[in-house]
Design a protein around this ligand. Structure first.
Ligand code: LLP
Length: 413
């Protein structure tokens, strides 16, 4: 008996979704290396000729193999925890191209900075400055940047000048002279730059431009006080379209041209540190449909992942467009709510999905490369999914999935 032909059997990175699901199970987090390299290349081509360095914000997604892949590019890497640092080191990412972020660094993290496991620290507050100074030696000064709160806050489609009171991050601009005066007394720390990150998923160039103007003014002030600031990091935050209704994402070419023009003649190096825009499009979350049910007027498609492996829909109302990758039968599209399998209403959005979608079919949420796996947890004591790289029809597991045994491995009885 021959089975009916599949209505759909699509591939990720040239690998059939059925093969991925059969090999690794679902849910599965898939990174398409071709797509990733395309984005990296786009950023480098827009930025390098204009003298703008590009760092990748590791918080968007990081594992050792990913760090290894990045090590083979000219990108720098921003880490914000000992976990991210160790991950990068496991991947052989060079210390000289890494730097440390965070507004509450632990003693161990400051020690790692002083031990030169990264090139420099981005200092967020006075307490950190003092604690780092207490560990560093004047004969081997530690390079630092100051994270400034320029008072510009950007959201997807709007920005405001708040005077900085709405965010905890960085040093308020009006406190800069005071902090510089203190730095002048600390020969064990060497100021090499200023930094300001204004938000995420920003689709306009104006807030970046204003932020850079503030950084340039701050650098002038620092120069007047005797500090030779060499570099300004303008943060990350470049938007990615998550669905057809999203505003057009900001083109990196436009951003790079604007930044370079504004900084021309100031004799300062520029840098940016995107996370999302580099990795979001390369990632997909592959799920198996577990049940399809109609409750009142709503049709729910329940998949075998959800809140635990992708908290973004519930946390931010984020939408990641679903795509049916393998199904026995399709039928015309009809409204459906995609839901996870957590023990709460972990809806992942209202979409239109084929009428005949059924248990066993494979659905991928696209554009989940950023802040999805990196924000996954063990809610309901589910294990986190494996991570697989795909390219040219080949696949490679780069992070094991957590089994139930893995989930209990830290329990003490
Ligand atoms: N630099 C700093 C200092 C940051 O805090 C961030 C992100 C970035 C760079 C990179 O921003 P990106 O280019 O990825 O927008 N969990 C949220 C996003 C939080 C972003 C946190 N900081 C989400 O899932 O949308």
């Amino acid at each position: 008996m021959t089975s009916a032909p599949l209505a759909v059997d699509r591939a990720l990175g040239g690998v059939s979704a059925r093969e991925l699901a059969a090999t690794y199970g679902t849910p599965l987090f898939v990174i398409d290396l071709d797509q990733l390299d395309l984005e990296i290349d786009r950023f480098l081509r827009a930025c390098a000729p204009r003298g703008i360095a590009v760092g990748y914000a590791g918080k968007a997604f990081l594992c050792a193999a990913f760090a290894e892949h990045l090590a083979g590019t000219p990108l720098r890497l921003d880490v914000c925890s000992l976990g991210e640092l160790l991950t990068a080191e496991r991947g052989g990412f060079p210390a000289g191209r890494m730097y440390f972020h965070g507004c509450g660094k632990t003693g161990e993290e400051l020690r790692a900075i002083v031990d030169r496991r990264v090139a420099f620290d981005v200092v967020d507050n006075d307490e950190e400055l003092e604690r780092l100074a207490a560990l560093a030696q004047p004969d081997q000064p530690v390079d630092v940047m100051l994270r400034l709160n320029t008072g510009i806050e950007a959201h997807t489609h709007a920005f405001v000048r708040t005077g900085g009171e709405n965010t905890k991050f960085g040093i308020a601009l009006d406190r800069l002279p005071e902090v510089l005066a203190r730095l002048a007394q600390l020969p064990q720390l060497r100021l090499i730059g200023l930094h300001a990150h204004i938000g995420s998923q920003i689709s306009e160039v104006a807030p970046f431009a204003l932020n850079l103007d503030e950084l340039l003014a701050a650098a002038r002030l620092a120069a007047e006080l005797g500090f030779a600031v060499e570099e300004l990091i303008c943060g990350g935050g470049i938007a990615v379209a998550e669905g057809p209704d999203d505003p057009h994402p900001l083109a990196v070419e436009v951003l790079a041209a604007e930044l370079a023009e504004r900084a021309a003649g100031h004799g300062l190096r520029l840098a940016i540190e995107p996370g999302r825009a580099l990795v979001a499009r390369a990632g997909s979350s592959l799920y198996r449909v577990m049940a399809v049910k109609t409750q009142g007027r709503r049709r729910f498609v329940v998949v075998d992942g959800g809140l635990a492996d992708n908290p973004r829909p519930l946390l931010y109302g984020a939408r990641h467009l679903p795509e049916v990758l393998a199904a026995a039968k399709l039928g015309p599209d009809e409204p459906a709510t995609l839901a996870g399998r957590s023990c709460e209403n972990d809806e992942m959005g209202d979409y239109v999905l084929p009428r005949d979608l059924a248990a066993g079919d494979l659905v991928a949420l696209r554009t989940t490369g950023a802040y999805t796996y990196s924000m996954a947890g063990n809610y309901n004591r589910f294990g986190r999914p494996p991570v697989v790289f795909v390219r040219d029809g080949h696949h490679r597991r780069v992070v094991r999935g957590e089994s139930a045994d893995d989930v209990v491995r830290l329990d003490v009885v």
